[in-house]
Structures are given as structure tokens and as C-alpha cells.
Design a protein around this ligand. Structure first.
Ligand code: HEC
Ligand code: HEC
Length: 347
């Protein structure tokens, strides 16, 4: 009898050591996943999502201002509506008089974190980017930036707003650009991914973590890195095959080569942000792919030379959902400003 008890005790001990071993391993993998993710991905700085300044409010107003287009029909918000995650949802945008450009409108959300602006990085920062759409004949169509300034100068209400922000009522182009840029820097969203990256390892569920693990193992994350999960580097689109073959049609776009003149920059683009990606279809610089699952599969083929399984694609999508604010939590006030109430955006 004593012997039997002795064996039973040993057995219980062995069993508990075994499960503890299993648990230690699981904890080890959880910790490894977190540490690996943290080498590439950064959470939104805690203070960033809570700023709200008079400058940003002026920028929000200018962002919505149709008088900044030639026939007063188009504003920045026409193609980058904040209530729709900063995108127009069209393959390529339509500007004044229905004129079409050649590229898909990327989101303005998280653009403050990019190394440069536009798909090809031709504007060095948000302040310099503003001139592009204002004077692009297919977008807002003004003959020059002076026209924007002279239109605002006529408005008493704008002069008052400039006085409040800058201490005098002089409307200048650089003030206009600075205000819009300040507003764009405020267009950030907080999700469960941020809570995870700040150290709350339970903020992501098992499928989401599995998706993150796949994106790390396949090498997606080193490109889609930083706070914005993109915007930190330029990379060739189509490392393992010409993207035109995958997307099924011929696109006249040489990418960053048009900016640098260097052959090595042919088909090179700024890596886009994957924040809120489930809401910013269609995808790629030409807006040719409308389903996120297809975009993920194409990335597997073109960028990491792998055919992803249906399950892998589904898990990657699950992870990307955790980095996207659900649409019922994206709150925008009556002026079109993004409300950055963290409670509401908890994800
Ligand atoms: C007619 C539609 C349209 C209008 C109006 C428009 N944009 Fe854009 N925006 C685009 C397109 C298309 C691109 C991409 C062009 C490219 O990369 O060559 C873009 C790119 C950008 C980018 C770069 C984002 C990135 O991922 O690099 C920012 C920032 C931006 N726009 C802000 C603005 C602001 C500010 C205004 C108003 C002054 C504005 N846009 C007006 C269509 C538009
Ligand atoms: C070598 C760098 C690199 C790697 C690796 C990479 N990407 Fe990308 N990704 C890019 C570039 C560059 C683009 C923009 C292509 C274009 O439209 O010109 C992009 C675009 C995307 C888009 C579409 C974004 C949009 O707004 O249109 C998604 C989604 C995406 N990648 C997901 C992934 C996934 C998932 C993986 C891993 C299987 C991956 N990427 C691996 C560089 C990379």
C-alpha cells in the first residue's frame, strides 16, 4: 500500500513537471514572439493620440476646404475622407471635373511617420507634400500656390483663425501647409496591437498571434515595419516576378526611378502602411486589387517568393484586423475631425 502511494506521488510529480515544462515552453514562445515583433514594430507613442491644438483645428478646416481647388468642388477630404480611413475607395482618384490620376490614393492616416510622402517618396515631408495636390491639374488644379493664399486672405473668418494660431492674421502659404501637416500628423488610431506592443501580451488573441508569427517568419514585417507598419523604407515591388504579370495588366509607372533617374529604382515604391489596411481597399499603387486576401497572396508570391496557404492568408488577415480600428469605433466629429478618445478606439 505504502509502495503504491509512493508511485502515485511520483507519478503526480512527474506529470506536473511535464505540464510545467509545456507551459514554460509556451511562455517562452509568447515572449519570443513579443520580442521579435518589438524589434520591428513600435506602438503609437502614448501622448500622440491625445494632442489637440489650435493649429490642428485650422489644419482640419483647410483639409476640408473646397475653395482650395480651381472650381471649388474638391478638397483634400474628397480623396482622403477621415471618416473613411483617409481613402476614397477608388482604384485611382477623381479630382476636379472628374479628371483621373494614375495612382491609388493612399491613406493620410499615420503619414506623419513616413520617411517621405507619395508612393515614390517625391515630397520630403508633409509640409512639402501639400503643393502636389493643390497644383496637380488632375486633383485640385490651382495654377499656383499664390491662388490658395489669395482666396483665404479674402475670408475674415480665416484671417481670424490665422490670428488665433500664429499671433497675427497674415495668411501665407507656409502657414497653410504647416497647419495641414500638423492636422495630418494627428490622424493616428489606437488599436489592440498598440496595447500588445506596449507589453500587454494578452491584448492579441491566439489567431492574431499566429498571424503575426507567420508575418515574422515569412519576412513581411521587416518591410512593413515601424510605428506605421510601413513608410520606413523603399523596396522593389516584384522581387520574385514582374508585378505587372501578377496584377494582370500593363501599368505605365516606373516608381521611384522617376524621382531619382536611377535604373535600380525602377518599380521601387515606399512600403505602404498596414495600419487600418482592412478598410483601405483597393490595394497597391494602381488600386488594381480589391480583396485584402488577394493582396496578401500576391505579396507572398512577389516579395517573399512563397505560395501562402489559405490558412496562412486567413491568419495574416486576422492579425491585420487587430491593427485596424473597427469601423464602428472610428469616431469623427461634425467638422470631420478624428476623435482620439482612446476608450472609443480600444479596438
Ligand atoms: C483628386 C484626389 C486627391 C486630392 C484632392 C488630394 N489627394 Fe492626396 N493623394 C492622392 C493620390 C492619388 C495620392 C498618391 C499620388 C502619388 O503617390 O503619386 C495622394 C497622396 C497623398 C499623400 C501621401 C501619402 C503617402 O502614403 O505617401 C498625402 C499625405 C496626401 N495625399 C495628402 C493630401 C492633402 C493634404 C491634400 C489637400 C491639400 C490632398 N492629398 C488632396 C489623391 C488626392
Ligand atoms: C521586400 C519588402 C516587402 C515584403 C517582404 C513584403 N511587402 Fe508588402 N508591400 C511592399 C511594397 C513595396 C508594397 C507596395 C507595392 C505597390 O503597390 O507598389 C507592399 C504592399 C503591400 C500591401 C498592400 C498595401 C496597400 O495599401 O495597397 C499589403 C496588404 C502587403 N504589402 C502585405 C504584405 C504581406 C502580408 C507580406 C508578407 C507575405 C508582405 N507584404 C511582404 C513591400 C514588401
Amino acid at each position: 500500500m505504502r509502495k503504491m502511494l509512493w508511485y502515485a506521488a511520483l507519478w503526480v510529480l512527474a506529470l506536473s513537471a511535464c505540464t510545467r515544462g509545456g507551459r514554460d515552453e509556451a511562455v517562452g514562445e509568447e515572449q519570443r514572439l513579443y520580442e521579435q515583433a518589438r524589434t520591428y514594430l513600435f506602438p503609437l507613442p502614448a501622448t500622440d493620440s491625445l494632442r489637440d491644438t489650435a493649429m490642428e483645428r485650422l489644419g482640419a478646416r483647410l483639409y476640408e476646404e473646397k475653395a482650395l481647388s480651381l472650381d471649388s468642388t474638391v478638397s483634400c477630404a474628397t480623396c482622403h475622407p477621415v471618416a473613411h480611413y483617409g481613402v476614397d475607395g477608388k482604384p485611382v482618384s477623381e479630382g476636379i471635373m472628374g479628371r483621373r490620376g494614375t495612382r491609388n490614393a493612399p491613406t493620410t492616416f499615420f503619414s506623419g511617420y513616413y520617411l517621405a510622402q507619395f508612393w515614390d517618396g517625391r515630397a520630403k515631408d508633409l509640409e512639402h507634400q501639400v503643393t502636389g495636390p493643390l497644383t496637380n491639374p488632375n486633383e485640385m488644379g490651382l495654377p499656383d500656390t499664390n491662388r490658395a493664399v489669395s482666396r483665404l486672405r479674402r475670408s475674415v473668418s480665416y484671417r481670424r483663425h490665422f490670428l488665433r494660431v500664429f499671433g497675427d492674421s497674415v495668411v501665407t502659404y507656409s502657414r497653410l501647409a504647416n497647419a495641414i501637416a500638423a492636422y495630418e500628423r494627428s490622424l493616428v488610431t489606437e488599436t489592440r496591437l498598440d496595447a500588445y506592443l506596449r507589453g500587454d501580451l494578452d491584448a492579441l488573441g491566439p489567431d492574431e498571434k499566429a498571424g503575426l508569427r507567420i508575418m515574422l517568419d515569412k519576412g513581411c514585417i521587416p518591410c512593413h515595419s515601424g510605428t506605421a507598419m510601413g513608410g520606413a523604407l523603399y523596396q522593389k515591388f516584384g522581387i520574385f516576378d514582374d508585378y505587372r504579370r501578377q496584377l494582370g495588366h500593363v501599368v505605365q509607372d516606373s516608381g521611384r526611378m522617376a524621382v531619382t533617374g536611377l535604373e535600380q529604382d525602377r518599380d521601387v515604391y515606399k512600403v505602404p502602411s498596414l495600419r487600418n489596411i482592412v478598410h483601405t481597399a483597393p490595394y497597391f499603387h494602381d488600386g488594381s486589387v480589391s480583396r485584402l486576401e488577394d493582396a496578401i497572396r500576391i505579396m507572398g508570391r512577389l516579395q517573399v517568393g512563397m505560395e501562402l496557404s489559405g490558412k496562412e492568408v486567413r491568419l495574416i488577415r486576422r492579425f491585420l484586423e487587430a491593427a485596424s480600428v473597427p469601423s464602428d469605433s472610428l469616431s469623427v466629429d461634425e467638422n470631420g475631425r478624428l476623435l482620439r478618445d482612446r476608450g472609443a478606439l480600444g479596438g
